[in-house]
Design a protein around this ligand. Structure first.
Ligand SMILES: *Cc1c(COP(=O)(O)O)cnc(C)c1O
Length: 396
């Protein structure tokens, strides 16, 4: 990979400056190119652009200057050769999972996945002759067994949704490569600020930019990062001809969000760490899962690969659905919402919302029962959040 402007910058600088292209007007804030098409100076130029013989934009389903700035900023930040941005996180992950496989191929995935990712592996890919084997993410022996046979792709999340389990990215990368597979890491929960999958051996990194990257709950977007050869062979034709292109406006919102990503994620981690300790000490709480706490069953793996505890907490209350609902309904400041990675703190009951599509057995295999609440910690003052959550726990 040739050296780019900004490759030697620290992450905070990359987040503010990376990929910026100024127009002839010298604007300081990135311009929004809200255009679907591009005009050519001559018919010859149109022909050359369409043939790919001349650099330049041809249609915003393929590429757009505002979207390109976001792609270049994310590639620089992540240390990836190439990035493609899509209309949503699922646009990115479905493209990364479907475009490179064909009938007869095998996928191996961690069983704890974002709900829609599980549907792609379990329901959609088999229709095209691609089978997925699910593996308990924290169990390296299970990975060894599943990857003793050839595979095309491996998909993991770490920390996983909703119980924040760890998958040892470096170890799974080695096993995936020995099986001939590319390792795809959904790095949404960790964010690029806290965890760098490519340094741990990942081949592809995917994001929902809807979450911390926008970070203010406004737009949907997604990203696929990887080697240029792989993106050009599999992802570009898929994106061009199936069309999950993002709105340039949404790409611009995410560009602006990235400028404060480092600050926001670090402050949310401080808030989350305080709240996890406060929740853990409450008599109505059975268990707390926070990657930054030593009592997390996978603390050692998280600590090895993630810089801080992250912005999400899961906790289990002494009771069932009724008790969990009572706590959610008693919250005054924290909103009930299945979204995450917002400046506003949000809480949900995974078993009845984000993970309702799984049957009880599948939920049990993830250790997810009706007593769990997932909390996405935002940027309100931690003392106000603590007061709100402890009052809700008292109300149970
Ligand atoms: C939200 C999310 C997605 C899907 O992203 P959208 O932008 O909602 O399409 C995928 N993976 C994880 C871990 C997520 O949190």
């Amino acid at each position: 990979m040739s050296k780019r402007d900004g490759d030697d910058w620290k992450p905070a600088t990359k987040l503010v400056r990376g990929g910026t292209m100024r127009s002839q007007f010298g604007e300081t804030s990135e311009a929004i190119f809200l255009t679907s098409g591009y005009a050519y100076e001559s018919a010859e130029q149109a022909a050359a652009r369409m043939a790919g013989d001349e650099e330049g934009f041809v249609y915003s389903r393929y590429a757009n200057p505002t979207v390109r700035m976001l792609e270049d900023r994310l590639a620089l930040l992540e240390g990836a050769e190439t990035c493609r941005v899509t209309a949503s996180g699922m646009g990115a992950i479905s493209s990364a999972m479907i475009a490179p496989v064909g009938a007869g191929d095998r996928v191996v995935a961690a069983s704890a996945l974002f709900g829609s990712c599980r549907v792609i592996c379990q329901t959609i890919l088999p229709r095209y002759g691609v089978e997925t084997e699910f593996v308990e993410g924290a169990n390296l022996d299970a990975w060894k067994k599943a990857l003793s046979k050839p595979a095309k792709l491996v998909l993991i999340e770490s920390p996983s949704n909703p119980l924040l389990e760890a998958v040892d990215i470096e170890a799974v990368a080695k096993l995936a490569h020995a099986a001939g597979a590319k390792l795809v890491v959904d790095n949404v929960f960790a964010t690029p600020v806290l965890q760098r999958p490519f340094d741990l051996g990942a081949d592809v990194c995917v994001y929902s930019a809807t979450k911390h990257m926008d970070g203010q709950g406004r737009v949907l977007a997604g990203a696929i990062l990887g080697k240029t050869d792989w993106i050009e062979e599999f992802i570009d034709p898929w994106l061009r001809h199936t069309g999950p292109a993002p709105s340039p406006f949404n790409a611009w919102v995410v560009l602006k969000g990235l400028e404060t990503l480092d600050l926001r994620v670090r402050q949310a981690c401080r808030n989350a760490s305080q709240l996890a300790d406060a929740i853990a000490g409450h008599p109505n709480v059975k268990a707390v899962r926070y990657p930054g706490r030593k009592d997390h069953p996978h603390h050692a793996v998280h600590a090895k690969q993630m810089d801080d505890g992250g912005t999400l907490i899961a906790f289990s209350v002494k009771g069932e659905r009724a008790e969990a609902f009572r706590i959610l309904n008693a919250l005054q400041l924290v909103d009930i919402s299945n979204n995450l990675g917002d400046t506003k703190s949000l809480a949900c009951h995974p078993a009845s919302t984000t993970h309702r599509a799984l049957n009880e057995e599948e939920r049990a295999s993830m250790g997810l029962d009706e007593s769990w609440i997932r909390l996405s910690v935002g940027l309100e003052d931690a003392d106000d959040l603590q007061k709100d959550i402890l009052a809700a726990l008292n109300a149970m």
